[in-house]
Design a protein around this ligand. Sequence first.
Ligand code: GLC
Length: 637
Amino acid sequence: MIQKFLYGDPIPTEAVLAELPVCTAELPHLTQIIGKDDLFSFTSALSEEDIVYGLGEAPRGINKRGHIYESFNSDDPYHTEEKRSLYGSHNFIVVSGQTSYGVFVDCGAQVTFDIGYSSYDRLCITPSVKDFTLYIIDGKNAYDIIRQFRTIIGQSYIAPMWAFGFQQSRWSYASADEVRKVVAEYRKNHIPLDAVYLDIDYMEAYKDFTVSEERFPAFKDFAAEMREQDIHLVPIIDAGVKIEEGYSVYEEGKKNGYFCKRQDGTDFTAGVWPGRTHFPDFLNPEARRWFGQKYKVLLDAGIDGFWNDMNEPAMFYTDEGISEAVDYLKKFDFECNDSGKFFELGSRVGGLANRRKDYAAMYHNIGGRMVCHEQVHNLYGYYMTRAAAEAFQELSPDKTILMFSRSSYIGMHRYGGIWTGDNQSWWSHLLLNIKMMPSLNMCGFLYCGADLGGFGANCTRDLLLRWLAFGIFTPLMRNHSAWGTRQQECYAFGDTQAFKSIIDLRYRLIPYLYREYTNACKNNDLLFKPLAFDYPDDTTARHIEDQLLLGSSLMIAPIYEQNAVGRTVYLPESMRCVLFKNAEVSHSEVLPKGWHYITAALDEVPVFIRSGCSLPLCPPAESVARLSTSSLIEIEN
Ligand code: GLC
């Protein structure tokens, strides 16, 4: 049962598609209190055994208990445990215990979830505004509640099958020849590959919907040349539009009033990669349609995949921020001997990016009304992706375009997937990636994945191999790394056989993965599930967070610790443990329910087949187009 409660006059988010009546009965499960600044808080007691699921892209474990989270889409590459916000805001939680219930706070502004942080036995949810919609969902258990929630928010975006191939990215492959070299290395080493990403340097001066003639001459021919080798080029699109006289996107946006404004009605300006930019007002349907149509120039060049970036939106600086910092510096007493003042100096100068003050100075045109960005901050990336997806339906009705975004909100799951932003080459981020997948699925995001190998910092061979050994199960399987870091393509660490061993297995698994993924999308189900969802009476399974159920037949138990030669694995029922090496079965054994120690070398991957299930495998191939799905073998349990 789902009940909808309305507070004030919320700005529509279109996260929920189902038309539900507004409930006037008393709010179940939560106590409503009015606190500071007349803001509502909703609290509830948490009992010792309660687990709290949800929140999608958020730090820490599958059970969100013990921490405080702030839904406020943030461009922050250091996803450490104490962080409260990441790039997406997914305000759905499920309290699972003696009584279970779900809560969705539909609100484009910041929402705080104190899940047993201030007090371990208390949940407290506080929207930062007075206008929002609250949904309370009752059901048999957490899984049932999640399925009901997924039903009201509509079916998740289904990516094309080629997007289940392995994808190589880097900031940046800055010329056609560099891309050719990457492809040649993969093909020479017979490591499968389906896509190469074009980061910001493919553009002319970081201007959206342009291609550098100098570095990527005859782009359409180049895209065709790549497609002949079964390679899809996937260019990045950034939210900010460069301010430059004569640049048509800028000129049109300015002329038609499609950019976000300052309070005085002038176009809001902030610095991002191209220097000073304006932000398209994606919340205005006309501006959204205009921006969406811009993708046509790349679709016409043969492109069929995109990633939308910097759409929190990220702001490196504003002129206002710089002048405040400069004024501060001018007045600074350098003779003073107060270390507190020196710390303040550092934060004044170092804190120019993504200032709340700047977000508060930006305005949208929503139905003719000027709305402060702070009220709808979490919707911006969602509506950018919606702009593209709606245009694709019109421009490319017969072909599914790959689309995923950095920033997101529930509702965007119908238009594209997400990648989890700028992580680091840290073992802890491999574990975070594992734990985040089921939470993302709960909130509707099924086509997702992390930057495999880590974006920032220098990756090592062992980390990349272990990360790929998990990444072969995630729908988006993309190796991406930052400018200035060590190269981390699969051929960059000397021998390539171990990498081939793992990625070949991915391709053998695609028939299973793609079937289970599309079924999960169509049936509002999860691709990745915590063990507790299918083994609700097993008290050990209930608390396991580093093993996941994958589709209907498999359980996975990735190795995520440096130097580990294996790991303990809990089987909630008898399962067949299959160890793959060189994408062939090197060991297969039925193990009883209980704890086991499983060893796997860096080039090996263990997979567990559930009782009564089977795993179909196709022969390996170097691209999805070359997969033969007609000759499947089945490994049964
Ligand atoms: C942002 C993106 C990253 C990209 C970089 C340059 O940091 O998150 O993936 O490589 O910008 O475009």
